[in-house]
Design a protein around this ligand. Structure first.
Ligand SMILES: NC(=O)C1=CN([C@@H]2O[C@H](COP(=O)(O)OP(=O)(O)OC[C@H]3O[C@@H](n4cnc5c(N)ncnc54)[C@H](O)[C@@H]3O)[C@@H](O)[C@H]2O)C=CC1
Ligand SMILES: O=C(O)CCC(=O)C(=O)O
Length: 479
C-alpha cells in the first residue's frame, strides 16, 4: 500500500490533513493507498504559486517547453508497465486496455511537444495605409483541469500537455476514485524539470476543490470532463466569474446497422463499442439501431459473442471486461437493467457476477426490443449495457440516431457508399464513425461533441490551441 498523502503546490510536496482511500474495484479488500484530500486553501496557494511562475513560463522558448513534454513522454513510456498496473488496479480496466491508455498518454505528450513549436499567427494588410496587422496567440493564463475516473491518465494528458505546450500554468484536480495514476503523472512532470508553480496537483473533493477553482480570480479557464450535472454547475459558476470553459460530458451514442452491413464487421464494431472498458466511455455505443432484415442474425451473433466475453479481475490473464469502477456505479447500472425490463425490453445479461475476489463484476447486457422513447435508451448509463432498437429503413434510423439530448459520437455499419456519405453529413454528432466503433479515438485530431455532450472549443490535436490560448490583434503604424 502506498502513502501518497501529498499534493504538489509551488514545486513542493505538501501533506494534507485529510486522506481518501483508493481501493481496487476488482477486489475491494485491496487498499491501494491513502491519498491527499486537499482543500480550498491548497487551490489558493497553487494559484499564488502559478501567478509567480506564469511570466517566465509564458515567455519561455517553445524549445524549452517541447523538451519538457518530450521528457515526460519518455518517462511515461519507461514506466508504462507500472502505470498500467496502477491504472488497472484503481479503475478496473483490463491490463491490455490500461497499457493502451498509458501509451496513448505518452503519444499525447509527444504530439504536443511538437505543437509547442508549431503555434502560428497571421500577418495581414490593414485597411489603413502604412499599418500592419498581426494576429498572435498568447497563453490563456492559469488553467484549472478537472478530470474523471474513466481515463485516469489519457484525459489528464490531453488537457495538461496542450496547457503546458502553449505556456499556461496548471492546477490539476483528478477524480477521487483514481488518484494513483494522477500522482504518478505529477511525479513525472515534476521530476522532468517543470519549474515550480507551473504545474500543481490538488487532489480532493470535487465540490470543495472544484468550487475553489471557479471562484479564484487568478484562474482564467477551466477544462472539465465528467457528468452533465457537474458540467452544468461549472457552466453557471464560470459564466458568473467570467472564466473560459471547456466541457466534455456524456453520450448516448448510436450505431446504425444496415441490412447491407458486413455481419462480422458490425458485430465486432458493436461488441467493442458497447462493452469494452465495461461500457465506461462517454463514447460507448449504447444504442444499436438495427434494420429489420439483418436484425435477427446480427442479434444472434452479437449475443453469442457478448456471452463469451471473459469478465473478471482486471489483472487476471485473458480477461476482456474488468469490473465496474465503483459500487455506486454498479448500483446505478443494475437500476437501469431493471428499468429496461420494466419498460418492456427483453433483457439479456446484466446481472451482478461473483468471482474469486470481491469486486463489482457485472455481465454485459443487451436490452432487446427497445424503443428510443424509453428512459433506458435515452439516459446515459455508463455501464456495459446497450439498447437494441429495430427500424425499417435508413430514414427512420437517422431520425432515431439524432433524437437524443447528446451528440458526441455516432456510427453506421454499411457497405453502401450512399448511406455512409449521407450519414456522415446528417449525423448530429461531433464524431462520426463508418464501420468503426464509436469509442476509441485517435489522439491527434479534434475530440468533442454537440448538444449536451460538449461545451466550448474542441480538445486534442491542433484544435486544442483554441482553448489554451488567447488571441491578440496588434496594429503597427510604421510612419
Ligand atoms: N464524459 C465522461 O467521460 C464521463 C462521464 N461520467 C458520467 O458521470 C457519472 C458520475 O460520475 P462521477 O465520477 O461522479 O462524475 P463527476 O462529474 O461527479 O466527476 C468528474 C470530476 O468532477 C469533479 N467534481 C465533482 N463535483 C464537482 C463540482 N461541484 N465542481 C467541480 N468539480 C467537481 C470530480 O471530483 C471529478 O474530478 C457517470 O455515471 C457518468 O454517467 C463520469 C465520468 C466520465
Ligand atoms: O473513446 C475514446 O477513445 C475516448 C473516450 C473518452 O474520452 C471518455 O469516455 O471520456
Amino acid at each position: 500500500m502506498g502513502e501518497m498523502n501529498n499534493n504538489l503546490i509551488g514545486g513542493v510536496w505538501r501533506e494534507a490533513d485529510d486522506v481518501s482511500e483508493n481501493t481496487n474495484p476488482s477486489d475491494v479488500t485491496d487498499l491501494i493507498g491513502l491519498y491527499a484530500r486537499g482543500g480550498a486553501q491548497d487551490v489558493t496557494d497553487a494559484a499564488e504559486a502559478a501567478e509567480v511562475a506564469m511570466p517566465a513560463w509564458a515567455g519561455a522558448t517553445p524549445q524549452l517547453r517541447a523538451d519538457l513534454l518530450d521528457r515526460v513522454a519518455a518517462e511515461i513510456t519507461r514506466r508504462e508497465d507500472e502505470i498500467a498496473t496502477m491504472l488497472a488496479c484503481e479503475e478496473g480496466k483490463v491490463l491490455l486496455e490500461a497499457l493502451g491508455e498509458v501509451r496513448r498518454a505518452a503519444h499525447v505528450f509527444r504530439f504536443f511537444a511538437g505543437e509547442a513549436l508549431r503555434l502560428t499567427g497571421d500577418a495581414l494588410a490593414s485597411v489603413r495605409p502604412g499599418v500592419d496587422v498581426e494576429v498572435t496567440r498568447e497563453p490563456l493564463g492559469i488553467v484549472g483541469i478537472i478530470t474523471p475516473w474513466n481515463f485516469p491518465i489519457a484525459i489528464p494528458a490531453w488537457k495538461i500537455a496542450p496547457a503546458l505546450a502553449y505556456g499556461n500554468c496548471v492546477i490539476f484536480k483528478p477524480a477521487e476514485q483514481t488518484p494513483g495514476s494522477a500522482h504518478i503523472l505529477t511525479q513525472i512532470i515534476h521530476e522532468a524539470g517543470c519549474p515550480a508553480g507551473v504545474f500543481n496537483l490538488v487532489m480532493g473533493r470535487g465540490s470543495v476543490v472544484g468550487e475553489a477553482m471557479t471562484t479564484d480570480p487568478r484562474i482564467s479557464g477551466i477544462s472539465f470532463t465528467g457528468s452533465v450535472q457537474v458540467g452544468r454547475q461549472l457552466a453557471g459558476a464560470c459564466a458568473a466569474n467570467m472564466k473560459k470553459l471547456q466541457l466534455e460530458m456524456g453520450g448516448k451514442n448510436p450505431v446504425i446497422v444496415m441490412d447491407d452491413a458486413d455481419l462480422e464487421t458490425a458485430v465486432s464494431v458493436c461488441l467493442n463499442g458497447a462493452f469494452y472498458q465495461t461500457g465506461q466511455r462517454c463514447t460507448a455505443s449504447s444504442r444499436l439501431i438495427v434494420q429489420s432484415g439483418i436484425h435477427d442474425a446480427f442479434i444472434a451473433e452479437l449475443s453469442r459473442q457478448m456471452q463469451a466475453l471473459k469478465v473478471g479481475h482486471a489483472l487476471a490473464e485473458g480477461m476482456q471486461i474488468g469490473p465496474v469502477a465503483a459500487r455506486s456505479q454498479l448500483e446505478s447500472n443494475l437500476y437501469y437493467v431493471a428499468l429496461a425490463a420494466e419498460e418492456g425490453c427483453d433483457v439479456l445479461g446484466g446481472e451482478q457476477l461473483t468471482r474469486d475476489t470481491e469486486g463489482y463484476f457485472q455481465a454485459p447486457a443487451l436490452f432487446l426490443g427497445a424503443s428510443n422513447a424509453m428512459r433506458s435508451a435515452r439516459e446515459e448509463i455508463f455501464g456495459p449495457c446497450a439498447s437494441v432498437i429495430r427500424v425499417d429503413d435508413f430514414e427512420e434510423a437517422v431520425a432515431l440516431a439524432n433524437d437524443t439530448q447528446f451528440g458526441l459520437s455516432s456510427g453506421i455499419c454499411t457497405t453502401n457508399l450512399r448511406y455512409a456519405r449521407e450519414f456522415k453529413r446528417r449525423s448530429a454528432a461531433g464524431m462520426v464513425m463508418l464501420n468503426l466503433p464509436t469509442a476509441g479515438v485517435d489522439y491527434h485530431v479534434p475530440f468533442g461533441g454537440r448538444k449536451a455532450s460538449s461545451f466550448g472549443s474542441r480538445e486534442q490535436g491542433s484544435y486544442a490551441a483554441e482553448f489554451y490560448t488567447s488571441v491578440k490583434t496588434a496594429y503597427t503604424y510604421a510612419g
